[in-house]
Ligand binder design. Structure first.
Ligand code: KG4
Ligand code: ZN
Length: 349
């Protein structure tokens, strides 16, 4: 009775997104609205503002992608919406809209785990994943390692198949993107601080102000960033009068970024040892856009004979293409969810 395309919705944090994919993973239409402008006066994501913005934007984005895909709801095989983990207000908005569309048109609903969606992005046919030198890569094969490095998540996962994930390590405190944002704030940079810190670091000497490298050399692949953030605060305070010069700021930024890259490379080496038959090291999340991080991870992977694979940046950060793709994979396995499915702010893989 129904078609074969899948509508995906994403609203777990501060990106509102909708996408329509064909059954084979072809992207028929996609749209993302970032709420950066709404949240930046507050220096971080304000959950209430995010939920209200999703409520405002998401129905319009759905109409837009359906129109651009040239499809009606009868052409869909199902609706997939991120249903956790994330900010509960946004999750309720996206999943409830998804369920409403499914109910109105007699379609199956898929409650997608946001982390699963990030994890499966690298298997999307037709996306041009890039290796560390920006060369195109074919989609990866299972099993592979995923380093999810975003503002909300910092974990290493063995991806062994659809629905088959093993978390190998996670952060003991902050997410790595959060560490970038906090360090950037201490250096007087606007939120979100990662991209600004990377630019500032280009003018700095990473060796002048040494910063700690938490958990470096320890077994396993857990992460910890709060000590590094505190060290940045101390380095700033130690500058004459507690006010870093332009060069001090650049050197601290460079030292911070070098410390993060070295720790991530070390954790990646441990992860590779924990999954010896991995076919690739995949990075996702906003921090995967960082050149120093990519370089260090590529070197760590290559030393073990593995490619570093990074989906294009727009598919590394939050988007609905990955949600629709996870929905397609789950529908293929007959894994649908009841309309009573409750969104989950915490939902480990
Ligand atoms: O995946 P993402 O867009 O959103 C979620 O957190 O879900 O990640 C955003 C995070 C922010 O903390 C931002 O500062 C960081 O990724 N980020 C970067 C860079 N671009 C974004 N961190 C370091 N270097 C970058 N170039
Ligand atoms: Zn995300």
């Amino acid at each position: 009775k129904c078609g074969s395309a899948v509508l995906g919705l994403e609203s777990s944090c501060d990106e509102t997104a909708a996408a329509v994919l064909g059954a084979d993973g072809t992207i028929l239409a996609e749209a993302v609205l970032s709420q950066e402008a709404e949240h930046s006066p507050y220096g971080g994501v304000v959950p209430e503002i995010a939920a209200r913005a999703h409520l405002d934007y998401l129905p319009r984005l759905v109409a837009q992608v359906m129109e651009r895909a040239g499809l009606g709801y009868a052409d869909l095989a199902g609706v997939a919406a991120t249903s956790g983990p994330g900010l509960i207000g946004g999750l309720i908005v996206g999943s409830t809209l998804g369920k409403g569309i499914a109910l109105a048109h007699g379609l199956p609903f898929v409650a997608v785990n946001h982390l699963e969606a990030h994890a499966l992005t690298a298997t999307l046919p037709g996306i041009v994943a890039q290796d560390a030198r920006g060369q195109p890569m074919p989609p990866v094969r299972f099993p592979y390692l995923l380093l999810l490095l975003s503002g909300g998540h910092c974990q290493c996962v063995a991806v062994e198949g659809v629905g088959r994930y093993r978390r190998l390590g996670t952060t003991l405190d902050d997410a790595v993107g959060e560490a970038f944002d906090k360090a950037a704030k201490l250096l007087g940079l606007p939120w979100p601080g990662g991209p600004a810190l990377e630019r500032l670091a280009r003018q700095g000497d990473p060796a002048r102000i040494p910063l700690p490298r938490p958990l470096l050399g320890r077994p396993g692949c857990d992460f910890s960033w709060s000590g590094l953030k505190t060290a940045v605060a101390h380095a700033v305070a130690r500058c004459p009068g507690g006010v870093p010069s332009a060069q001090d700021r650049a050197d601290i930024a460079a030292g911070f970024q070098a410390a993060v890259a070295a720790v991530l490379a070390d954790r990646a080496r441990h992860a590779i040892a924990m999954l010896p038959d991995a076919t690739a090291l995949v990075v996702a999340g906003g921090v995967a856009a960082n050149g120093a991080v990519r370089g260090a991870l590529a070197a760590a992977a290559e030393a073990r004979g593995l490619p570093l694979v990074a989906p294009p940046v727009r598919l590394c950060t939050d988007n609905a293409v990955m949600v629709a793709w996870a929905g397609i994979e789950r529908l293929r396995l007959g894994l649908t969810d009841a309309l009573g499915h409750a969104p989950r702010p915490r939902w480990p893989l």
